[in-house]
Design a protein around this ligand. Structure first.
Ligand code: SF4
Length: 482
């Protein structure tokens, strides 16, 4: 998962892209970059957090009234400097792109680029293959030409991709894969009476920088804003069902975001309320005896408050987070994850000692972090710990940009709740049920999330993932894991 942003029409485009990326930092913390255009391209990018990549001088060097930016979360590629986005090609016209998502037929696309189009890639990044495919099919820099190139992208590149790009002397373009797996929103404001546009992964940078949310970019849609600030848009492929990723609402998106007209905060409240129903049944059967409800900070806090209200139990913050350590799930390796969790949370002993605790987390993926948290709370003096997840059991890999690609790493892949509880060292584990998840997403009357992707729960992928599965299996066998 990554954060992408594009700005056109603002004299402060680089500064706005920078501030926008800061508000999208939760979507990826490995690297960041900004590209602007003003007669020539200007590019600053590096590994690290947004605020560390850009000095004041760097922002000042990014001149021009159009910009694209990216904050990276590594899933494909080596994760080193050469994969950092934006990526740029000088021919034809000069094109720069940023991308959120994952191609599921990356290997064959890369091969076809070499054999059919005589194009070589420098990196292992799927973004480079998208850029090259698009560039190869682009025969002019009008909207019609872009549309025709995107049609070819949609016909040949499978997976999730929300892309924002700059076409030198052309304008700002953006497109979203036909299933709309990853979010992308469009906003507008007036600068000195003239329109300026922002396109971003989430609504947060829009409201932060004074842009009014116009709408989501539609699945399969191309949007192009030319240098005269004329907006062109067309749904190039409207034939596929809309399958936005449910995990955006469960974990990834900021609580104040509102993708697909469906507030993340409100959805997380609903997740808490629905989960409370499952827990209440178990309390009535005498399987759970609880004194307090506590969140695992930060994402699950919203759901935990609603769950506590619903169960009429006190809500307590028993784990205090050291805010200067990166989100553990995002960190690239197991070793980094384990080290980070040791440092990240401190228990409030006075509030948990001798208590029976319902400990709420947004999800349980590998279980590594959950186990350490249970251990931490237990050592601090809790009596009973019920570890509850606002997300149903994650049993299948995600090939669309969330970093849980190997089924054997998933704690719920083949285990019962009792087995998982034992592995975590908890007195019980309770998961949201699938119905509760879908109801939570559908709660808002204007919600457009009727049929989200839930492939990591049920193995029903919106696209063909044969190539990704094969590649993941090969990679795991090379690693010696099977
Ligand atoms: S498989 Fe899961 S995490 Fe991946 S896109 Fe689908 S819902 Fe999201």
């Amino acid at each position: 998962m990554c954060g992408v942003i594009g700005v056109i029409g603002s004299p402060d485009s680089a500064k706005e892209a920078f501030l926008g990326l800061i508000t999208l930092q939760h979507r990826g913390q490995d690297a960041a970059g900004i590209l602007t255009y003003d007669k020539s391209f200007h590019l600053v990018k590096n590994v690290g957090l947004v605020e560390n990549v850009f000095s004041r001088e760097a922002i000042d060097s990014l001149s021009g009234n159009m910009a694209i930016g990216h904050t990276r979360y590594s899933t494909v590629g080596k994760g080193d400097a050469q994969d950092v986005q934006p990526l740029v090609l000088n021919y034809p016209y000069g094109i720069g792109v940023v991308h959120n998502g994952n191609l599921v037929n990356y290997q064959s696309v890369k091969e076809r680029l070499q054999t059919e189009m005589r194009r070589r890639c420098f990196t292992d990044s799927d973004t480079e293959t998208i850029l090259n495919w698009f560039a190869d099919k682009l025969e002019g820099n009008s909207f019609e030409h872009i549309r025709s190139a995107i049609k070819s992208v949609f016909e040949n590149l499978q997976g999730s991709y929300s892309v924002v790009g700059l076409l030198a002397e052309g304008g700002l373009f953006a497109f979203r894969d036909p299933y709309g797996l990853r979010p992308l929103v469009l906003g507008k404001k007036l600068v000195d009476g003239k329109p300026a546009y922002m396109i971003a992964s989430e609504t947060i940078p829009l409201s932060f920088l004074g842009y009014e949310l116009e709408r989501d970019i539609r699945p399969g849609e191309l949007v192009f804003i030319d240098r005269d600030m004329k907006m062109h848009s067309f749904v190039v492929d409207g034939t596929k069902p809309h399958r936005p990723c449910m995990f955006e609402w469960v974990y990834f998106a900021g609580a104040e975001s509102e993708p697909e007209g469906t507030p993340v905060y409100g959805t997380r409240l609903e997740l808490g309320r629905n989960l409370a129903k499952v827990i209440r049944e178990r309390m009535e059967r005498g399987e759970i005896e609880a004194d307090i409800v506590a969140p695992v900070p930060d994402t699950s806090r919203t759901a935990a408050t609603a769950l506590a209200e619903e169960l009429k139990l006190p809500y307590r913050e028993i784990l205090i987070k050291n805010r200067y350590i990166k989100r553990t799930f995002i960190l690239g390796s197991q070793e980094k994850r384990e080290k980070a969790v040791d440092l990240k949370l401190n228990p409030v002993v006075s509030e948990l000692k001798g208590k029976n605790i319902i400990l709420v987390d947004d999800s349980i993926v590998r279980g590594t972090t959950s186990k350490k948290i249970v251990d931490l709370v237990r050592r601090a003096g809790a009596r009973k710990i019920y570890f509850v997840s606002t997300c149903p059991p994650i049993r299948f890999p995600c090939f669309y940009g969330i970093d849980f690609p190997d089924r054997r790493e998933l704690i719920a892949a083949d285990r019962t709740e009792a087995e998982i509880a034992k592995m975590l060292g908890a007195d019980g584990v309770v998961y949201q049920d699938r119905d509760g998840l879908l109801k939570s997403l559908d709660r808002a009357s204007h919600s457009r999330v009727k049929n989200p992707c839930t492939a990591c729960l049920d193995g029903k992928y919106p696209t063909d993932v044969t190539e990704s599965s094969r590649f993941a299996a090969l990679r795991n066998s090379e690693r010696g894991t099977g």
